[in-house]
Design a protein around this ligand. Structure first.
Ligand SMILES: Cc1cc2nc3c(=O)[nH]c(=O)nc-3n(C[C@H](O)[C@H](O)[C@H](O)COP(=O)(O)OP(=O)(O)OC[C@H]3O[C@@H](n4cnc5c(N)ncnc54)[C@H](O)[C@@H]3O)c2cc1C
Length: 488
């Protein structure tokens, strides 16, 4: 019996004869070198396709961006593995690389990616909020969202999460909170807004809990996320500094043009650019994408979350995972991730989301760092000045134009699927095409693998080779290496 490799070679040799682009083997252009694009490129490269990846920036990784300028790794984009378990498609790679994870929560919840007892919250005057109150309000918030889901069940029309909370208060005045508990509640709302990168008055009640969470809780990538991408990208033909401006699709192939006018042709293309970039129309499709696809691009929300990373000479803050400032409104609340717990470095990460993130992006980096430091001073008046800082701009960066996708009020959750569905020989990948795991690195990875498989099927199918199809990934995956998880 012929081996699988022999079968694949025979299959490819036959495809060679039909290839319309004159290339040496079936060819694919991947647009975007984030996790989704790199995963797709890897899968098709390993299936012996000729793969060219066009990436606009001068680096790969996209919203995975580990910075080393402090002398150690810190992530300006993604930093958590959501779902620290074998079920996570990234677990085999992370395990094999021996990259340590610091588990911040064992909970598989959208509301709490940190355990409640790991917070130290303060009011604006620097008074510590009693820990029992933090836990009590955390539990009350859960009950409120349960009640809000009841409101959802009774209403056909969608509404925002903040509107639903107001309805809950009207129906259940006993759940209403005043004074300090109200401020703590606003802080939990602020954390939820961070999860969606959007304000609660824009988050859909119908969809807020529709994404799937893998088991195993949430783990910080202690040495940064980039090694994962770099490993997957090894040996691929990646053209950095190639900003795609035009995609022409014809029956027999695609032609992709970059900013300086150079053109690339292939049998098919995988579009793995961020939703924000698709929304901006800076890539022209010819012919235009169908109406249902354009509508999905327009209707799915894209939120903003940024990081202002402050590096200090030494640690002067309490030994907790999260420091927070509670306030009258979620907009005024803030929080800092204490990276010292996970990495041993004296670093705090301030993470604004939604409108606050948008407002801070209008500031200079220095002003943004001063703003974050001023929040810290409110709770720790004797805080010493940071020695270095880093500021992300995911909302205005032309290569992202947003941090990650989310469901806005009144739009169906299947927009993610509509974004994914191929159009002729154009395939789509990226976090915003993941029904189950949008807004995540593992979700982006899974969409890349799926788009690669769809693309491979499509290209080979045209040449009548369907009987020989095999999955593009997974055949040679070595045995699972356990993840290294700590909590210091
Ligand atoms: C601040 C922040 C924190 C986050 N935290 C987490 C977290 O802790 N855990 C988690 O799982 N997820 C997190 N995420 C989400 C996660 O980073 C993304 O879901 C994921 O990395 C998206 O991958 P992608 O491949 O879909 O898109 P991207 O990584 O954005 O890749 C798209 C690529 O396309 C390129 N591109 C854009 N335009 C063009 C063009 N015209 N031509 C060619 N190339 C182009 C871009 O430069 C980019 O490299 C976070 C995101 C942000 C911003």
């Amino acid at each position: 019996m012929a081996s699988r490799a022999d079968q694949t070679n025979r299959q490819l040799n036959r495809v060679l004869c039909y290839s319309n682009t004159g290339a040496a083997s079936p060819s694919v252009i991947i647009i975007g070198g984030g996790m989704a694009g790199i995963a797709a490129a890897r899968a098709l490269h390993d299936a012996s396709f000729k793969v060219t990846l066009l990436e606009s920036r001068n680096r790969i990784g996209g919203r995975v961006c580990t910075d080393y300028s402090f002398g150690f790794p810190v992530d300006l984009g993604a930093s958590w593995l959501h779902g620290v378990s074998e079920e996570n498609p990234l677990a085999p790679i992370i395990g094999r690389l021996g990259l340590p994870l610091y588990r911040t929560s064992g909970d598989n919840s959208v509301l709490y990616d940190h355990d409640l007892e790991s917070y130290a919250l303060y009011d604006m005057a620097g008074n510590k909020v009693p820990q029992e109150l933090v836990t009590k309000v955390g539990e009350a918030f859960k009950s409120m969202m349960d009640e809000a889901n009841q409101v959802r069940a009774e209403n056909r029309e969608d509404m925002s999460v903040s509107r639903a909370i107001s309805v809950v208060f009207e129906r259940r005045p006993d759940l209403r909170l005043d004074g300090l508990p109200h401020k703590v509640l606003q802080w939990y709302l602020c954390r939820m807004e961070g999860w969606f990168a959007a304000d609660a008055d824009t988050i859909s009640l119908k969809c807020w809990d529709q994404e799937e969470l893998l088991p195993g809780g949430h783990g910080l990538m202690v040495r940064g996320y980039s090694p994962v991408i770099n490993t997957i990208a090894k040996g691929l033909d990646i053209r950095l500094g190639h900003r795609v401006t035009n995609i022409v699709r014809r029956y027999n192939g695609v032609k992709v043009t970059v900013e300086d006018g150079r053109a690339f042709v292939a049998d098919a293309a995988i579009v793995a650019v961020p939703l924000g970039v698709l929304k901006s129309n800076c890539i022209k499709f010819e012919p235009r994408l169908p109406e249902w696809k354009e509508a999905a691009i327009a209707d799915l929300g894209v939120g903003i979350e940024n990081k202002i990373i402050l590096h200090f000479r030494e640690v002067f803050w309490p030994n907790v995972e999260f420091l927070g400032v509670v306030a009258e409104t979620s907009y005024e609340c803030s929080y800092f991730l204490n990276l010292h717990k996970a990495t041993g470095h004296a670093v705090l990460v301030y993470m604004p989301a939604g409108q606050l993130a948008r407002d801070i992006e209008k500031m200079s980096d220095e002003a943004a760092a001063n703003f974050a430091f001023a929040q810290l001073k409110k709770i720790l008046p004797d805080a010493s000045d940071p020695i270095q800082y880093l500021v992300s701009h995911w909302g205005t960066d032309v290569d992202s134009l947003g941090s990650y996708s989310y469901d806005i009020v009144g739009k169906p959750h299947d927009l993610y699927e509509r974004l994914r569905i191929p159009v002729d020989n154009l395939f789509f990948a990226g976090e915003a095409t993941s029904m189950d795991y949008p807004g995540s690195v593992h979700g982006a990875y899974a969409t890349g693998v799926l788009a690669a498989e769809d693309c491979r099927m499509h290209v080979l199918e045209r040449y009548g080779e369907v009987d020989l199809f095999q999955p593009v990934m997974g055949e040679d995956t070595p045995a699972f290496v356990p993840l290294q998880i700590s909590r210091i």
